[in-house]
Design a protein around this ligand. Structure first.
Ligand code: AMP
Length: 254
């Protein structure tokens, strides 16, 4: 059986408990002073890699967590190390905005450098809800892709993935290498204990730049505007048809 070299891509996003605020220029979500955390789907990807390491002990050669972002993203790497990932690498892009295509190119370069044969990503990052990186990465690598996984297992050299689909579940398998993206039901991420958090604070991190990976960051999209969702209208209860018609007239809806 081939050894497993698992690479997990994680993104630092606005904490999922916070309500996003739009900046006054309406060009982006205002992140000033906001709590940033690991994207929840990425936390599930980390948990799955650790569970694979724990259950497939003799097979797993490496579990590497990678993020592309500013240096502050180190925090989510250290958190993943504290939970049980073996190595972590930051692709330091400074304050540059990253589009999913650039992320996929950076991750492809990392996969090739690290000789990974199983990539686990979140199905989407909750900031842009782009849902694109996994598909782009699988296409560029020419690897099979399992999206929205709710169960991951192994059968010899094959990976067997269950995905939730409309009206049921679908189970697919393919030989490695492969890309898997995680859905919420795949697992419940663990918390790291304090001793492991303290140890991970001092753990060495790999650091790379896009230039070192030979991937220039080129953005192709221009944000024209960012709007708040339309707030729900206040519901009005009416007692009868006459009142209903009068209410519509009052609202200039007739
Ligand atoms: P997206 O396509 O932006 O919705 O992101 C889907 C998944 O791609 C995320 O859950 C991560 O696993 C991965 N990903 C997105 N952005 C990054 C990043 N900057 N660094 C590493 N992985 C990322």
């Amino acid at each position: 059986m081939s050894k497993l070299r698992v690479l997990v891509g994680v993104k630092r996003t606005l904490d999922y408990m916070l309500k996003p605020r739009i900046n006054p220029a309406k060009t982006a979500v205002d992140l000033t002073g906001q709590k940033m955390s690991i994207n929840p789907f990425c936390d599930i990807a980390v948990e799955e890699a650790i569970r694979i390491k724990e259950t497939q002990k003799d097979r797993v050669e490496d579990t590497l967590v990678v993020t592309a972002g500013p240096s502050a993203s180190e925090q989510i790497l250290r958190q993943s190390l504290a939970k049980g990932m073996q190595r972590a690498s930051l692709i330091d892009v400074g304050n540059k905005e990253l589009e999913p295509l650039s992320v996929a190119k950076l991750l492809k370069a990392m996969v090739e450098k690290e000789k990974s044969n199983l990539v686990i990503l979140g199905k989407q990052a909750i900031d842009d809800d782009a849902h694109q990186t996994g598909g782009m990465l699988a296409a560029m690598l020419g690897w099979p892709q399992f999206t929205s996984a709710s169960k991951v297992a192994f059968d010899g050299d094959k990976v067997v993935v269950t995905r939730e689909i409309d009206g049921g579940a679908e189970t697919l398998s393919s030989p490695l290498p492969a890309v898997i993206t995680t859905d919420l039901r795949l697992n419940v991420p663990r918390f790291a204990n304090l001793a492991k958090i303290m140890k991970a604070r001092k753990a060495p991190l790999g650091k790379l730049t896009p230039e070192e990976l030979g991937v220039p960051i080129e953005n192709r999209l221009q944000t024209l505007s960012v709007e708040e969702p339309v707030s729900k209208r206040h519901n009005i209860m009416v007692k009868n048809v006459d009142e209903f018609v009068n209410t519509l007239k009052d609202l200039n809806a007739l």
